[in-house]
Design a protein around this ligand. Structure first.
Ligand code: GDP
Ligand code: MN
Length: 346
């Protein structure tokens, strides 16, 4: 189940039409993970979850990225655990670090100003968010895939996944699937809404006429950002969207405005605003029956019959909801309601 792709020798993959329908029962799709060598054990745990609940029946590929070289141990142990083909790529320098238009002194001042908020003082976290916002699909290892499913270290899949999520997207023509939607910390997305509004004024041609922006925008006179976002640590989506001219224009506009460094914009609100503005709202999909846990929140099927059928083991989260089965979707700090409002299904 393993192939080592040598960074220095770009492998000539056959020309593949990314729109093509499946072969061997598999969609044209891959798992993707960005991780550090130190996260090996936490990542193996996540891989086992994915394999046990889904991939042992499908053997999809899995592409791993790192801003450093992966260690031999990492490559070996990960490859053993992935039932599909595991591929390892190093992120090119131009996608990880400061673009030349960023004032690094101002970036350092920002980290000092934001040191009391989670990751506020971190430089690498900002590189990570910018990479996940603007570049993850640009590595040659991703060239021939149409769909990806993002996985992080330390997550759990708590129910069997019977319907292949990639197939669900292709068959329904949808483009962006999520499990959790919640409010971002307002302090870290300062300026993101203003930059987005500027984009809307400058490039009205990219705004989808049947968009889902109500997901992210307050109603009424104010119309400011409500801080809702889809949690991007789980995403199953269509790479053609990220490869589109509209997305490229949106990312470049945000990047130039500097907020990845002069604030702490996450890739989750960036992806979320992009899909809410640039896509047809019917191309979004809530994978409501995918049991998924990324600390401290989880999604779990609401229907007890479904939970039984899918062998769910959704853990209690004692700090959040002592002693009871827990689903974040209908908690007050979930944005699922805003999603339904955006769809026009209050
Ligand atoms: P959180 O979910 O927002 O708390 O952030 P994480 O620490 O989980 O990071 C998000 C993803 O980026 C995870 O898959 C991490 O493994 C990965 N990641 C974060 N920082 C770095 C980094 O500096 N280098 C690499 N290679 N991966 C990183
Ligand atoms: Mn995480």
């Amino acid at each position: 189940a393993s192939t080592r792709i040598n960074e220095n020798h770009r492998v000539d993959l056959p020309e593949v039409d990314t729109q093509e329908v499946p072969h061997n029962g598999r969609e044209n799709a891959t798992f993707i993970t960005l991780a550090r060598n130190e996260e090996l054990e936490a990542l193996l745990q996540s891989i086992d979850q994915v394999e046990k609940r889904f991939n042992k029946n499908h053997h999809y590929d899995w592409v791993f990225f790192n801003d450093n070289d992966f260690t031999e141990e990492f490559i070996q142990r990960v490859s053993e655990r992935v039932s599909g083909e595991a591929k390892f790529g190093k992120i090119p320098d131009q996608y990880w670090g400061y673009p030349d238009f960023i004032d690094q002194k101002k970036a350092a001042d920002t980290r000092e100003r934001m040191k009391d908020v989670i990751y506020g003082s971190s430089e690498s976290y900002r590189f990570m968010c910018r990479y996940e916002s603007g570049f993850f699909w640009k590595h040659p290892l991703m060239d021939n895939y149409r769909y990806y499913w993002r996985v992080e270290p330390d997550i759990k899949f708590t129910c069997d996944i019977k319907d292949d999520p990639f197939r669900v997207l292709r068959e329904t023509g949808k483009k962006y699937g999520f499990t959790l939607a919640l409010y971002e910390i307002p302090f870290v997305v300062g300026g993101l809404w203003d930059a987005t509004r500027e984009f809307m004024e400058k490039y009205p041609e990219y705004i989808h006429p049947h968009n889902a922006i109500r997901f992210a925008r307050l109603d009424g006179d104010d119309q400011s950002y409500n801080n809702c976002h889809f949690w991007s640590n789980f995403e199953v989506a269509d790479l053609d969207f990220f490869r589109s001219e509209a997305y490229e224009a949106y990312f470049n506009h945000l990047d130039r405005s500097g907020g990845f460094f002069y604030d702490r914009w996450g890739d989750a609100p960036v992806h979320s605003l992009a899909v809410s503005l640039l896509m047809d709202r019917n191309d979004l999909h809530w994978f409501k029956d995918v049991g998924y846990y990324h600390p401290p929140f989880q999604n779990c099927p609401v229907d007890p019959v479904v939970r039984q059928e899918l062998n769910c083991e959704c853990p209690n989260i004692p700090d959040v909801d002592p002693g009871s089965w827990y689903n974040f979707a209908f908690e007050s700090n979930s944005c699922i309601m805003d999603y339904y409002i955006a769809l026009g299904r209050e």
